[in-house]
Design a protein around this ligand. Structure first.
Ligand SMILES: [Zn+2]
Ligand SMILES: [Zn+2]
Length: 278
């Protein structure tokens, strides 16, 4: 069998996502669908590349064997293993002997809409580079590759939470249209599949377009920028349930916190932020 990065990444993931692989996880009566914006031309180009490119690491493009995974042995640990202890409240990297009863120095005194945070690693080095690449217009395939290994790594740590569902942070339709996909949706779908729980793609909506958080100065500016920027779907049934709220990067936690606050109207038991990096 000809195994290429396309076969391993794009086609396998889309076959599952657009077939029945994920649909069985959706709640009864709500058939949310994910519509890819890939054009026919892009599909044809990728099909052509399958014929000429061997299987390569999605991060460093090292040529891999036909039965190897999505990333090489050097890159995979850098993307999925966190060498640093992290604050359970905000997921900031902390020193080995820090007392975290009330959070770390980054989050003490702050209030969040979520009850705790989990991440794959610090927003640095190769992980940062891959996240920046996947947020580019053409980053959908890379996002799917990272989502696969990220979900594998996170699932073991998240299983003790016995979560009931996974919810992505939505993009405003303008940004979604510009990028062509929502990276949080792709991450959520992969995680929900791995944990065998529903992925509620329409649970949250952006009520208004917000400026980029990276353009805001300081935590206060970020909080004000996303204040009441989310609304939860009225028909959600989250009462007493544990929710995993997924985004790619958690910086000050303002965006994820605001989204979690919107979900609180449905009285969930707990909401945990689950991200790729902090
Ligand atoms: Zn590599
Ligand atoms: Zn903290």
């Amino acid at each position: 069998m000809l195994s290429t990065r396309v076969a391993v990444g794009y086609r396998r993931y889309h076959a599952e996502r657009n077939g029945f692989g994920y649909r069985k996880h959706l709640p009864v009566g709500r058939h949310f669908t994910y519509k890819s914006n890939m054009t026919l031309i892009a599909e044809l180009l990728r099909g052509f590349s399958q014929l000429i490119y061997p299987n390569m690491c999605w991060a460093c493009h090292t040529v891999l064997g036909p039965d190897d995974g999505l990333f090489c042995g050097d890159c995979l640990p850098q993307l999925t293993i966190d060498l640093f202890p992290t604050c359970p409240r905000c997921s900031s990297s902390v020193g080995p002997y820090v007392v975290l009863n009330k959070g770390c120095t980054q989050c003490t005194g702050q209030t969040f809409g979520f009850d705790g945070a989990f991440l794959a690693g610090p927003y640095d080095g190769l992980l940062r580079e891959v996240i920046l690449r996947m947020k580019a217009w053409s980053g959908e395939d890379l996002t799917e590759a990272l989502a696969t290994v990220w979900a594998d790594a996170m699932a073991e740590r998240l299983k003790p939470l016995t979560a009931d569902c996974v919810i992505p942070i939505p993009l405003h339709w303008r940004r979604r249209w510009w990028r062509g996909f929502n990276q949080s949706e792709i991450l959520s779908l992969a995680l929900a599949k791995k944990l065998d729980v529903p992925c509620l793609l329409k649970a949250l909506q952006r009520t208004r377009h917000t400026a980029s958080q990276t353009a805001q100065s300081g935590a206060t500016g970020r909080q004000e920028n996303v204040h009441k920027a989310f609304a939860a779907t009225r028909s959600l049934d989250l009462a007493g349930k544990t929710v995993l709220l997924v985004d790619d990067v958690l910086t000050t936690g303002a965006t994820t916190s605001e989204a979690a606050k919107a979900l609180r109207v449905h009285k969930p038991k707990a909401i945990y932020a689950v991200v790729v990096a902090h």
